[in-house]
Structures are given as structure tokens and as C-alpha cells.
Write a protein that binds this ligand. Structure first.
Ligand SMILES: [Zn+2]
Length: 290
């Protein structure tokens, strides 16, 4: 496998040398911003800013390796990947805090400190307008999500025989362990888990109208909107699920460049992750992204 890495590095160095032959090379600013740009046909790596080039090459390297998902020689990248997959303890993580009541409907829920501070501001402003925002689910670990997933998997065993169909059925509303935005501490479910409640005439219709008008002012966005040409794949609409973009957008970018379907393992039905394309179609199938 080393020769692949070496050859990729050689190609990148060669591209850097060749960069002086293209028109972009004459523009210092462009050259310094996209140091890997060259007059050769762009590869996935050299269409990216410098901070992503290494990750893109790393992704190419890992996708060629059947052993992807096992620890690499980069402990910091492994730690971050474990974080993205929910394989850490949020109660022990320095960036996570416990959500106080009445912001949450029960004790012990956790989220990232910055996202929580923004949520409190938003909830306080909503309260002044007569709207209550209550967190009913926040950070969920891989193991927690595995529990949700495998319960659904077992319940559907007789109803949906074919393994891939069963996975797709659960994916209408629930994420495979390792692919949930709830792993990140940036995403929360609010008030109710029924879309009808948030629609006209429903008990949460005023809340939803308030969120549509004001949530973005506090950094929050609804990632799972109704599916349309803007969001053709992914989970069904979830009017209760909101995401803190200043952190979540960055984590989504990291996810795209460091996690592959082959790494989504360790639960019943995980073998379907690749054929479903769970990273591309579900993790990246969101309305909130740059
Ligand atoms: Zn949710």
C-alpha cells in the first residue's frame, strides 16, 4: 500500500512544479490559495483548498484499503473520526455541558457548550414571544444509536424480510449508528416527534413558525426539510430536529473527507451501508450545509 501513498505524493509534488505553466499560476493570490492547482486536468485533490488536499489524498488512500476504519498512523485524525462516529463519552468531553431544566425535558442531556449557549439565547427570546422550546433529545452516542437502530431492526424482522429494504425503512427517520448528527453535540430535537404537530392547526404550529423566522439568527437550521430537488435524498422531513450550524457545518465537512461507508460497522444490518451509500445519501443529504 505504501507505493500508492508515495505515488500520490509524487503526483502532488509534480503538480506543484507544473503549476507555473497555467494561467492561474500568474495570479499570486490564486496560486497561494489553491497551491495544488495546476495546468493538468484537475483531480479531486487539486480542486480543493490546501487544508483539504491532505484529507482528500488520505481519503483516496483509505478507500483503496479494505482495512479502512482501523487505526491509522495519525492519532489526531483517529480521535476526530471517533468523535464524528459518536464513539466517545460526551460526559467526559471538555466541550460538552449538561442541559439544565427547563431547557430540557429531563436531566442528563448533554450538548456542546457553544451550541447550548446559543440555544439558551434562542429559547429565552422565544419565551418572551410566548413560545416554549424544550429539548427532548440532544447528544446520542454510537451505542445509544445502536440501541435505537437494533430495536427497530428486530421489530421489523418479520414485516420486512429483505435486509436492505429493512435498513431503508428504518432510515426514513433513524440514522445508522455512526451516521447521526446527534453524535456531534450540535443537534437537538425540540418539543414533539410528530411532523403533524408542527403543521397548521397543530400544537407546535406557532413554535415552528417562530423557528422558521428566528432560528437562523441564533445559528440554528432544520437539516431535514421536506425532500425536493434541493434535497433529493436522506431522511424524511423532521420539523423537530434543529442543528447549530457554526459547529455542525465544519463537522459535516470533516465527515465528508474522513468517513467512508466502509467505516459504518458494528451493528445489525451494517452490511447495507455501502450499497445504500449512507454517507453520501443520508449524512450529506441535508438542507444545512455550505
Ligand atoms: Zn433528531
Amino acid at each position: 500500500m505504501k507505493w500508492i501513498v508515495l505515488s500520490l505524493t509524487s503526483v502532488l509534488l509534480l503538480l506543484l512544479v507544473l503549476a507555473s505553466c497555467g494561467p492561474e499560476a500568474q495570479t499570486g493570490a490564486v496560486f497561494s490559495k489553491y497551491s495544488a492547482h495546476a495546468c493538468a486536468a484537475p483531480s479531486p485533490a487539486d480542486t480543493l483548498p490546501p487544508n483539504r488536499v491532505g484529507k482528500a489524498l488520505d481519503k483516496v488512500k483509505r478507500e483503496e484499503s479494505p482495512a479502512s476504519g482501523v487505526p491509522t498512523d495519525d492519532p489526531a485524525a483517529d480521535t476526530q473520526r471517533h468523535f464524528l462516529l459518536g464513539k466517545f463519552d460526551p460526559a467526559e468531553h471538555p466541550d460538552f455541558v449538561t442541559i439544565a431544566q427547563p431547557y430540557a425535558n429531563r436531566p442528563g442531556l448533554l450538548m456542546q457548550r457553544e451550541a447550548y449557549a446559543a440555544f439558551k439565547k434562542m429559547a429565552d427570546a422565544a419565551r418572551k414571544d410566548g413560545v416554549k422550546l424544550t429539548i427532548i433529545s440532544a447528544t446520542r452516542t454510537f451505542d445509544y444509536q445502536k440501541n435505537i437502530w437494533e430495536k427497530k431492526w428486530s421489530n421489523l424482522q418479520t414485516q420486512v424480510k429483505e435486509s436492505k429494504d429493512r435498513a431503508l425503512k428504518i432510515l426514513e427517520y433513524s440514522a445508522m449508528p455512526g451516521t447521526s448528527r446527534h453524535h456531534w453535540g450540535t443537534d437537538i430535537d425540540l418539543n414533539d416527534l410528530n411532523n403533524a404537530s408542527f403543521k397548521s392547526g397543530g400544537s407546535q404550529a406557532r413554535m415552528y413558525a417562530w423557528m422558521q423566522k428566528h432560528a437562523a439568527d441564533y445559528g440554528f437550521c432544520q437539516p431535514y426539510t421536506a425532500k425536493d430537488e434541493q434535497r433529493p435524498t436522506g431522511y424524511n422531513e423532521e420539523r423537530w430536529h434543529w442543528s447549530y450550524r457554526p459547529i455542525a457545518d465544519k463537522l459535516l465537512q470533516q465527515y465528508e473527507f474522513s468517513v467512508t461507508d466502509a467505516m459504518i460497522t458494528g451493528f445489525l444490518g451494517a452490511e447495507n451501508a455501502r450499497s445504500i451509500g449512507v454517507v453520501q445519501n443520508y449524512v450529506l443529504g441535508v438542507a444545512c450545509k455550505n
